[in-house]
Design a protein around this ligand. Structure first.
Ligand SMILES: Nc1ncnc2c1ncn2[C@@H]1O[C@H](COP(=O)(O)OP(=O)(O)OP(=O)(O)O)[C@@H](O)[C@H]1O
Ligand SMILES: [Mg+2]
Length: 211
C-alpha cells in the first residue's frame, strides 16, 4: 500500500494555521485524497484532556512539567492517530507538532534544545513530517498586531511578560523558517494567497499523486 504523507503547519499563535489547515483538507479531499486533520496538543482522548490542563489559566506548570505534558499528548497522538493513518496511505495534516515544543518550551520557556530534541524523539518514535510549513509573521506585522490588540483590549490586558514571550516565539519561528528543508509562508498575506502557496508546496511534496 502506498505510504501516506505527513504535513505539519507551524507558527505563532493566531498566525493562520487552523484557517489554512481546514482549506487544505477540503482541497485534498476534492482531489479524492483521503485526508485527516488533527492538532496538537489534542487529537486523542488522553491528549484532549491534557490540552484542557495546558490551556487552563489556573494551572501553573513548571517548564519541565509542561514539556512532559506535551510529550505525553504527542506520544499518544503519534501512536493512535498519525502512524496508523500514514500506514493506511492517508494524508495527515497536523496543526502543530514537534517544532511547537522547540518554540514554546525552548525559546519561550528557556529549556535547553538538546533536552527538547530528546523528548521529541521519544514521543514521536522517530516519525518525521514530509513537509513542515512555518507561518512566519514578519517583524512589522507582529508589532502591528500587538498594537492593534492593545488598542482593542486596553494596555493592561497584555502584560509586558506576555508580549516578551510572544516576541520570543515569533523570533523562534523566524529562525526555524530558514532551516534546510523547512518551507516558509509569509503570514501577513491574504488567506487566498497563502492557500495558493500552500497548495503548491503540498503538490510538490506529493507530486506523484496529485495534478
Ligand atoms: N491571512 C490572514 N489575514 C488576515 N486574517 C487572518 C488570516 N488568516 C487567518 N486570519 C484570522 O486570524 C485569526 C487567527 O487565525 P487562526 O485561528 O487560523 O490562527 P492559528 O494560527 O490557528 O492560531 P492559534 O495558534 O491560536 O490556534 C482568525 O480570526 C482568522 O480568521
Ligand atoms: Mg489554531
Amino acid at each position: 500500500m502506498r505510504k501516506g504523507f505527513f504535513i505539519v503547519l507551524e507558527g505563532p499563535d493566531r498566525s493562520g494555521k487552523s484557517t489554512q489547515a481546514v482549506l487544505l483538507k477540503e482541497w485534498l479531499e476534492q482531489q479524492g485524497m483521503q485526508t485527516i486533520l488533527t492538532r496538537e496538543p489534542g487529537g486523542t482522548a488522553i491528549s484532549e484532556k491534557i490540552r484542557k490542563i495546558l490551556l487552563d489559566p489556573q494551572v501553573k506548570a513548571v517548564p519541565v512539567a509542561e514539556l512532559f505534558l506535551f510529550a505525553v499528548s504527542r506520544s499518544q497522538h503519534t501512536a493512535e492517530i498519525i502512524k496508523p493513518a500514514l500506514a493506511a496511505g492517508k494524508i495527515v495534516i497536523s496543526d502543530r507538532f514537534t517544532m511547537s515544543t522547540e518554540a514554546y518550551q525552548g525559546y519561550g520557556r528557556g529549556l535547553p534544545a538538546g533536552m527538547i530534541r530528546t523528548v521529541n524523539r521519544i514521543a514521536t518514535e522517530g516519525i518525521k513530517p514530509d513537509l513542515t510549513v512555518v507561518f512566519d509573521v514578519p517583524e512589522q506585522e507582529f508589532e502591528k498586531r500587538i498594537r492593534e490588540a492593545e488598542e482593542k483590549n486596553g494596555p493592561d490586558r497584555f502584560e509586558r511578560e506576555d508580549i516578551e514571550f510572544r516576541r520570543r516565539i515569533q523570533k523562534a519561528y523566524r529562525t526555524f523558517s530558514r532551516r534546510k528543508g523547512i518551507k516558509r509562508i509569509d503570514a501577513s498575506k491574504s488567506i487566498d494567497e497563502i492557500q495558493s502557496e500552500l497548495r503548491v508546496l503540498v503538490s510538490e511534496t506529493i507530486k506523484d499523486d496529485i495534478r
